[in-house]
Design a protein around this ligand. Structure first.
Ligand code: MG
Length: 254
């Protein structure tokens, strides 16, 4: 199964309107990390919350009675190092959810070995490609050699065709092979069933293709979505970049 950005929202163009303010009594907030709370970097290991960001997120979570989650494609163990443990965190595109005060287990199930071996060999023979193993998810980054994208995508699509329990997803200079059910829609839907979120209206903020799944789920649950940066989106409002996201988040504090 291959998921492409074009099929999901080709006809949709994000409204460039500024997002309306949060209703702190009624809304729940779902925040992507990379490209939303922090600018993308060539090395994902160097991406951290800006100074004071942890304080802002915790204060906003309190103002929302705990209905705030950071929803990322990162391995939950990696996300746990970058986001305060007082917040809800969802990693692996919804595979793993960590409640406030909890930390993820050190062990995560790996991807099937034949798939791992094939992707490892492809990454090794592709100049500028780097394989990141995130528990069951395999991410192939090619920001260092953007011209490699189409060939990598074709090779990975052929590989995933042999593994029906897996799906291929394209992102910004990254391809991810993930369990077919894993998506940010699942993360939003699972979290919205938790007492801290139930009955509220989800507001999803994100910059990339994977966030569109979360946006679709949020809109389907009577919520809304905000797109970060340029590009088509299901969202009905837009913020220009992570700095603008922080300005908006700080404006939502009591
Ligand atoms: Mg992102």
């Amino acid at each position: 199964m291959t998921e492409t950005p074009s099929s999901a929202f080709a006809a949709m163009a994000a409204n460039d309107a500024a997002p309306p303010p949060l209703d702190r009594a009624r809304d729940a907030l779902f925040l992507d990390f990379d490209g939303t709370l922090a600018p993308l970097q060539d090395d994902p290991d160097t991406v951290w919350l800006p100074t004071g960001g942890d304080y802002t997120l915790q204060a906003l979570s309190q103002a929302l009675d705990g209905a705030l989650a950071v929803v990322s494609g990162r391995d939950i163990r990696d996300l746990d190092r970058r986001i305060p443990g007082a917040l809800w965190r969802a990693g692996g595109h919804g595979c793993d959810i960590c409640a406030p005060g909890r930390h993820p287990s050190a062990w995560q199930p790996p991807a099937p070995d034949p798939l791992y071996q094939a992707v490892y060999a492809l990454a090794a023979e592709t100049q500028g490609a780097r394989l990141e193993s995130k528990g069951p998810i395999l991410a192939i980054h090619y920001r260092a050699n953007r011209t490699a994208g189409p060939a990598l995508g074709a090779a990975l699509a052929a590989m995933v065709a042999d593994h029906p329990s897996y799906a291929l997803q394209a992102g910004k200079c990254v391809y991810e092979l993930k369990p077919a059910g894993a998506s940010k829609a699942r993360a939003v839907e699972r979290l919205m069933a938790m007492p801290a979120f139930a009955g509220r209206r989800p507001v999803m903020i994100g910059d990339d293709v994977t966030d569109e799944d979360g946006m679709r789920a949020a809109i389907g649950l009577a919520g809304r979505a905000i797109k970060v940066g340029p590009g088509d989106s299901l969202a009905t409002a837009r913020l220009e970049n992570p700095a603008h996201v922080w300005t908006w988040l700080e404006a939502q504090l009591p």
